[in-house]
Design a protein around this ligand. Structure first.
Ligand code: SF4
Length: 444
């Protein structure tokens, strides 16, 4: 069958779509890029914020005319909703008339069978059972070609931060065997990928009988051909000495640590069930900077958690000023059905206050990012070339070790090569420079 697959949300979802493609191709389906030709439309969804849900309902509404038109031509279009929203809302989703199929993140192996059943019987099918074991072992993701490959090393989360729906949509933590991960990375290096990003909802809690996350990341970084290894998204509670040593000493592990803060007030952190206070968070920041002096630190922040006062939001601003993150993802709190926060607290910070607070924090971060980027002017930065720059065809773009986007006049070097770039200009989001006449660096 001709299947059109659309993906929303985080990198984990992008990775899952690669698994889905692989599962469908193995059963003889064809993945196509034009929705008008599709017999099956699958939408892999996100549930992290309310506007993600709204977007998907809007998308389903838009599919109604297509489904009707095909029906008049005697063809039944199968529409399936996959991923976190499927797991979160399950049967309720069938209230939308366009849907035939609802499948959660641990049930993708069943997709070919479920699609065939809908086609044959015209039934509505659902499989949204969380698994304690599913890691999709033996399914090789059907990746889009590029320099970076995403690779999930664990699934699920046991932390139950009170605002977060992930433990309910992705289930309990489970880690892939080390050998399984190493085999996949070795094969990626042989295919020409030069960077892997290790993924997990709570990536640094990875643990198997074969070793910890620190053991795994070192062994991945040792694989010949892999120039750079990144990881996301970690929790501050899982940064033991061994992991910081690996980041600080291994030349292939990027000196970039994403360290979600979420809030600058201890009272709010307790309500969020984050299991650390600002004193501990700052001690970790100081330790990271001591061990990895040139580290790039980024973060996530939630604005307007239930009960957050103006003073508590100012505490978040103070932590931002004190840490001086290189960049930050800042979001307004959005109540998610089924979470501890939705059950126990009223979403009582007004829309206006949330807006004022987020604008203030954005302004702070923009200023700090710009100051830090300007501090790189005149420096030589090693860049892994990803391809042509989006808006300037005579330029190339790539990423620094710290994950800055760097744009420079095109060289003869191909994507996947390393080049030194002297930084000449900087904005809050991008660095601009000139490539230096150094020979291409290789990692083999
Ligand atoms: S650690 Fe991350 S994924 Fe897990 S519950 Fe907390 S915010 Fe959600």
């Amino acid at each position: 069958m001709k299947v059109y697959l659309e993906t929303y949300g985080c990198q984990m979802n992008q990775y899952d779509s690669e698994l889905i493609r692989s599962i469908l191709q193995a059963s003889g389906d064809e993945l196509i890029s034009r929705i008008e030709k599709a017999e099956v439309v699958l939408i892999n969804t996100c549930a992290i914020r309310e506007n993600a849900h709204r977007k998907i309902y809007g998308r389903l509404d838009l599919l109604r005319p297509l489904k009707k038109r095909l029906k008049r031509q005697g063809q039944d279009l199968v529409v399936g909703l996959l991923g976190c929203m499927a797991q979160n809302l399950k049967q309720d989703l069938f209230k939308h008339p366009v849907l035939n199929l609802v499948v959660g993140p641990d049930n993708y192996r069943a997709l070919p069978k479920l699609i065939a059943r809908v086609k044959k019987q015209g039934s509505k099918e659902i499989d949204a059972n969380l698994s304690e074991y599913e890691t999709y072992r033996g399914v090789a993701p059907a990746r889009v070609e590029g320099v970076n490959a995403w690779i999930a090393i664990m699934r699920g989360c046991d932390n139950f931060c009170s605002f977060c729906v992930v433990p309910y949509t992705r289930g309990r933590e489970r880690s892939r065997e080390i050998d399984d991960v190493l085999e996949e990375v070795t094969s990626l290096a042989a295919q020409g990928y030069r960077q892997v990003t290790l993924l997990g909802q709570n990536v640094n809690s990875y643990r198997t009988e074969g070793g910890t996350f620190a053991d795994l990341i070192r062994r991945v970084a040792d694989i010949p051909g892999m120039m750079r290894v990144r990881f996301t998204s970690p929790h501050p509670k899982d940064f033991p000495q061994a992991l910081l040593e690996a980041i600080s000493t291994h030349p292939h592990i990027c000196k970039h640590v994403h360290l979600p803060l979420q809030a600058g007030s201890d009272r709010i952190l307790d309500l969020m069930n984050r299991t650390y206070h600002i004193k501990e968070y700052m001690a970790l920041v100081n330790k990271i900077r001591e061990m990895i002096p040139d580290v790039i630190l980024t973060t996530d922040i939630i604005v307007g958690f239930p009960g957050e006062t103006g003073e508590e939001s100012r505490e978040t601003a103070e932590v931002m000023e004190s840490v001086r993150f290189d960049s930050a993802y800042i979001f307004k709190y959005s109540e998610r059905k089924g979470t501890i926060a939705a059950r126990e607290f009223a979403d009582d910070v007004s829309a206006e206050d949330k807006k004022d607070r987020i604008v203030r924090l954005f302004d702070i971060q923009r200023r700090i990012s710009l100051e830090k980027h300007k501090g790189l002017i005149g420096q030589k930065v090693e860049v892994l070339i990803e391809g042509a720059a989006e808006k300037r065809s005579d330029h190339q773009m790539g990423k620094s070790d710290g994950n800055h986007t760097v744009i420079f006049p095109a060289t003869s070097l191909t994507p996947g090569s390393l080049v030194f770039v002297e930084i000449m200009e900087a904005s809050a989001g991008t660095l601009y420079g000139n490539p230096l006449p150094t020979p291409a660096l290789t990692c083999i």
